[in-house]
Ligand binder design. Structure first.
Ligand code: CO8
Length: 257
């Protein structure tokens, strides 16, 4: 594994996955996502593990999908690469996953945190779906999960402005479970994980599945719809301009085509 670190604590039956591209603020490139998928599948099969924590570092959980890897792609490239199969496999993890978030959880990073089952945040965490600022839109569940979690009005505001919200705001919108000082977020995630890990693994799995069922009944259709529109943004010049402007550290000049 090049971009993630995996550690298992056998006694409390908790495994920790750390996203590990610190220089790029843990931007989620294709390889990182494949590694994450494989690690989760392996932990899911391991009877010594009952709860999984995904974290980044104090500065960033993940600042989104890797813009540099996507910037020159066409809509058909994106469709062919089909990175969302990986996301679907991650979503099918049977064991509960806690996201321990500090710093940036943006775009695909926010979507990854929301794909987890619970979120513990440090008071420095910043959540957002800033894709609109680079000429695209959320593609890994953001328009669906954020809306279901915090309601239409706030989700619309965040998706259309791309602005970030603080951990306290995220807590007040019920997007996350708890906010703690930055020195404590990982400890707090472990505390929660250890409490859950005392329960029957069968009951844990079935309960997770049932809670998700209430949440996901119409999610599949929503995700398909979101995906098509996300791919379509890559047919626009504005996507190229938005991502190139980010890479060149300048303001984008959108032409509406
Ligand atoms: N992709 C690639 N590189 C990134 C990303 C990213 N998402 N975010 C940061 N980096 C890189 C920067 O380019 C920079 O690299 P370099 O030093 O080589 O220039 C390095 O990380 C540090 O970043 P900054 O210098 O920009 O750090 P700042 O503290 O000034 O700013 C921010 C931090 C505000 C987080 C800023 O980096 C930023 O705005 N990042 C982009 C956030 C964003 O737009 N995220 C959404 C991406 S699109 C997306 O997620 C689509 C999801 C749907 C598909 C999911 C499929 C996986």
């Amino acid at each position: 594994m090049e971009f993630i670190l995996v550690t298992e604590q056998h006694e409390p039956h908790v495994a920790l996955i750390q996203l590990n591209r610190p220089k790029e603020l843990n931007a989620l490139n294709l390889q990182l996502m494949l590694e994450l998928r494989d690690a989760l599948a392996q932990l899911d099969r391991n009877p010594a593990v009952k709860v999984i924590i995904i974290t980044g570092n104090a500065q960033a959980f993940a600042a989104g999908a890797d813009i540099k890897q996507m910037s020159d792609k066409s809509a058909i490239d994106m469709l062919t690469i089909d990175q969302f199969t990986t996301w679907d496999q991650i979503r099918k993890t049977k064991k509960p996953i806690i996201a321990a978030v500090s710093g940036f959880a943006l775009g695909g990073g926010c979507e990854l945190a929301m794909t987890c089952d619970m979120i513990i945040a440090s008071e420095t965490a910043k959540f957002g779906q800033p894709e609109i600022k680079i000429g695209v839109m959320p593609g890994a569940g953001g328009t669906q999960r954020l809306t279901k979690a915090i309601g239409k009005a706030k989700a619309m505001e965040l998706v259309l402005t791309g602005r970030f919200i603080s951990a306290d705001e995220a807590l007040s919108y019920k997007l996350i479970n708890k906010v703690v000082p930055v020195e404590m977020y990982l400890f707090e995630a472990f505390t929660l994980a250890k409490e859950i890990a005392q329960m029957s693994p069968i009951a844990i799995q079935l309960a997770k599945e049932a809670v998700n069922r209430s949440f996901e009944t119409h999610l599949d259709e929503g995700l398909q719809f979101e995906r098509k529109n996300f791919y379509l943004t890559f047919a626009s010049q504005d996507q190229k301009e938005g991502m190139q402007a980010f890479i060149e550290k300048r303001k984008p000049n959108y032409l509406g085509k």
